[in-house]
Design a protein around this ligand. Structure first.
Ligand SMILES: [Zn+2]
Length: 350
């Protein structure tokens, strides 16, 4: 029999499915605040995977990705253990904010320490209670407020295991990203736990395309890890674009932006991305791509100041750009046959 796993003070036996509340601290109102964790501890040995959302408290697509993921019946028969933490930054989530109450960024506070700021303490708790017990992790993010991201995976793709998992995810854009000090991904790598970061959609909004791609992506990674059985009918896999660098196109002047290129579109150097005018429609200036690549991020807020980041272009390197237009209409069919088709009848978020 597989040994139990202990999360918080709770011992979870092999074959059990438990929700555990790990105490963090109290609010100033005396209300206790917990870190909610859903653990499925499989009967059979295998990897221990964490999937977490809302490290930035306003990035809520991951919360819905985890809700849909955890409803899949195939998880009752997994190899290994799945630890899902839908809301890591509980404080930010409560106040629709990216940050902790003191404006610290949790994803710059890892690995944290027990005597530091609230962010450092929460980061430390997450490392001790979750990350240190895992073999792999997936961290779910979105763009910042008013910024939309095309579904993309960020990770250290020079690590062969991570590259294999990222390619298996079926997410069309993979970014080989360096480590950022204080991030969960960087702190986890320090203790030997490889983490993929999934980025899709916009803060404080649900995005059905981002959510479906995310659910499919996590399931495919679990298959690649051997936690779920491999897919029977092999469909042609997307050839992902692997990006090594990216660049922002900034507002050439202040004014009102009309963006005319959708996320996921391949762009050539010099192509028109949008137009900025003053409110009278005068002084119109074209915003053009200064690099060739694919549009992986953009602003959704048309009111801009000179210098604001408007369009994020991922530079393509040695990859085919053919699979890059992810049409929302196509993606409404995107739950694949097999495990994720179980939730395909759920009403889509419009
Ligand atoms: Zn984030």
């Amino acid at each position: 029999m597989r040994p139990p796993i202990t999360i918080g003070e709770v011992e979870i036996q092999a074959g059990q499915d438990r929700i555990v509340d790990i105490p963090i601290t109290d609010l100033s109102t005396h209300t206790p605040i917990n870190l909610p964790v859903h653990v499925i501890h499989g009967r059979r040995d295998g990897p221990v995977l964490f999937v977490c959302g809302a490290i930035h408290g306003d990035e809520i697509n991951g919360v819905e990705i985890i809700r849909r993921l955890m409803s899949l019946s195939a998880l009752r028969r997994i190899r290994g253990t799945l630890i899902a933490v839908p809301i890591v930054n509980v404080f930010g989530f409560l106040s629709n904010s990216r940050y902790l109450p003191d404006r610290r960024d949790l994803n710059r506070s890892f690995p944290g320490r027990p005597s530091g700021s609230l962010a450092a303490r929460l980061a430390h708790l997450f490392m001790e209670e979750i990350v240190s017990k895992c073999t792999h992790g997936i961290d779910l993010h979105t763009g910042a407020a008013h910024r939309d991201n095309f579904p993309q995976i960020r990770g250290n793709l020079d690590d062969h295991e991570l590259e294999r998992l990222a390619c298996a995810s079926g997410i069309p854009v993979l970014i080989n990203a360096g480590f950022r000090d204080g991030s969960l991904r960087s702190a986890a790598a320090e203790i030997g736990v490889p983490v993929l970061v999934y980025e899709a959609g916009e803060a404080l909004r649900f995005d059905e395309v981002a959510i479906r791609s995310g659910v499919n992506g996590v399931v495919r990674v679990m298959r690649a890890l051997g936690m779920l059985p491999p897919r029977k009918a092999r469909k042609q896999n997307i050839t992902p674009a692997v990006l090594r660098s990216s660049t922002w196109v900034r507002a050439p002047q202040s004014g009102v932006l009309r963006a005319i290129v959708r996320l996921g579109k391949p762009v050539k150097q010099g192509v028109l991305l949008g137009l900025v005018t003053d409110p009278f429609g005068r002084n119109e200036v074209e915003v053009k791509a200064h690099a060739e690549g694919v549009l992986i991020g953009r602003t959704n807020l048309p009111l801009v100041h000179e210098g604001d980041a408007l369009f994020h272009i991922g530079r393509l390197e040695g990859t085919k750009a053919n699979a890059l237009t992810l049409d929302p209409a196509e993606l409404s069919e995107a739950y694949e046959e097999g495990i994720t088709s179980e939730i395909a009848d759920e009403p889509a978020i419009a």
